[in-house]
Ligand binder design. Structure first.
Ligand SMILES: [Zn+2]
Length: 428
């Protein structure tokens, strides 16, 4: 069994506590010892990695991943009309990119091709392809005409809510079908999306009875319930149905906020601000002008979540990063930019922002007792950073500052500590 001792490192353990000087021993795929100070752990028979003062922390968790959306930082795909075959290729690529950027776990926020996502998950689990621990999601269940994407027959396209009765059978069938495929979660777009259809975020797309039936079916199969919910009523429908993950929550009103808080021990909230930010400031070259970003309510959406999220955090709700990366203006790899938004725009303590990507991520992955912390007995999903992410939260987005990525005790990126040491010497 391989034994590796990380020494001369500052440890961020994932709990939100301050960094401390220490050592970590990894045996096989587990962390077996964490010590404060140096020279505490026996060096014989172990491979020693001298971190040169670098930060060691848990691998990051993307809470709303879309591996199949197509674009990564080093691969921008403007046209998303992929064949199924190409879609799987871009997903394989995106999985590797997430690992390159220190994301060793990914809770999927929806697939465009569910069997492909489940197959990729198995490839990664078996060690045949590089990628994060993956929780696979269903197709994104949409009601109404906006669901139609030419060339994407697998995406569901049910009748618009205005033309449909409150019968619940289709949603229940959908959940059953997805469960049979082997998903870990099912996703419903309970509200629409203004970025696609101006104004749609404020509209509810499902009857509550349909969502209740879907939730009932999901619980039978022990799979998680994930909601895209911007509209005030959509948040409440998700809460009443016992959804586990609520994305956006843009128009959540007082009652909705109270409902989220009342369920804070189960629920996670993922605001996904990165896509709004990209649409507002970085999407001109992809044809999204300021005028069109305004029309698609990107400024308004960002303003509203900027008010809701600090409140939810203060009231004890786990607000988690990531989401809707994979578009050409918001590519995969950049996902942890959300942490910078949490800190610089919303005033989160950087240690709490980092906790949201680590400890809370482990809880979201349903692995709270073994993932997301630098702690004895936990899985050795670790990254090493050149610098202190509490002082500069941006370094978690910088591939050059990510000196090492380890998942399950194996290096995805072997330690490059020489770079860190040079840096330190230069700074001294
Ligand atoms: Zn999404």
């Amino acid at each position: 069994m391989s034994r590796t001792l990380f020494t001369n490192i500052a440890i961020f353990d994932g709990t939100g506590s301050a960094l401390f000087d220490g050592e970590v021993l990894v045996e096989g795929n587990r962390i077996v010892k964490v010590a404060k100070g140096q020279g505490q752990i026996e060096k014989t028979g172990v491979e020693v990695v001298d971190g040169g003062g670098a930060t060691l922390m848990p691998g990051l968790v993307e809470s709303h991943g879309h591996l199949q959306f197509g674009s990564s930082v080093d691969r921008i795909e403007r046209n998303r009309d992929f064949s199924s075959e190409k879609l799987q290729m871009v997903a394989i690529h995106a999985a590797r990119v997430l690992m390159d950027y220190g994301m060793t776990s990914c809770f999927s926020g929806g697939a465009r091709n569910t069997p492909a996502e489940i197959a990729l998950k198995a490839e990664i689990e078996n060690g045949w392809l590089p990628g994060p621990r993956l929780k696979a999601c269903s197709f994104e269940m949409i009601a109404g005409e906006q669901a139609h994407e030419p060339g994407q027959p697998r995406r569901r396209n049910y009748r618009g809510i205005e033309n449909r009765g409150p019968e619940d059978s289709k949603c229940r069938e959908f959940v059953k079908e997805m469960a049979d495929l082997g998903v870990d979660s099912v996703k419903f777009l309970i509200s629409g999306e203004s970025a696609n259809t101006p104004g749609a975020s404020r509209q509810v797309q499902f009857y509550e009875s349909e969502i209740q039936a879907a939730a009932d079916e999901a619980r039978k199969h022990n799979i998680k319930l994930v909601a895209h919910c911007h509209a005030a009523e959509s948040v409440k429908i998700a809460c009443r149905a016992g959804f586990d993950v609520l994305y956006h929550c843009t128009w959540a009103d007082e009652e909705g906020m109270d409902m989220i808080v009342a369920q804070k021990d189960r629920v996670f909230v993922g605001p996904a601000p990165g896509i709004n930010w990209a649409n507002m400031y970085e999407a001109a070259e992809f044809g999204v002008t300021r005028e069109s970003a305004e029309k698609r309510e990107q400024f308004l959406t960002f303003d509203l979540v900027s008010k809701r999220m600090p409140e939810l955090l203060a009231r004890g709700v786990r607000v988690v990063p990531g989401g809707d990366y994979g578009f050409p203006m918001n590519p995969n790899g950049r996902n942890m930019r959300d942490l910078d938004i949490f800190v610089s725009q919303w005033g989160f303590d950087p240690k709490i922002a980092l906790k949201s990507a680590t400890q809370w991520g482990g809880e979201l992955m349903d692995m709270a007792d073994e993932l997301g912390l630098v702690k004895e007995g936990y899985l050795a999903d670790l990254i090493m950073l050149d610098g202190d992410p509490v002082k500069n939260i941006k370094i978690v987005q910088d591939k050059d500052k990510i000196l090492m990525v380890m998942k399950d005790g194996k290096y995805h990126k072997a330690p490059n500590v020489a770079a860190s040491r040079e840096h330190r010497i230069a700074a001294e």
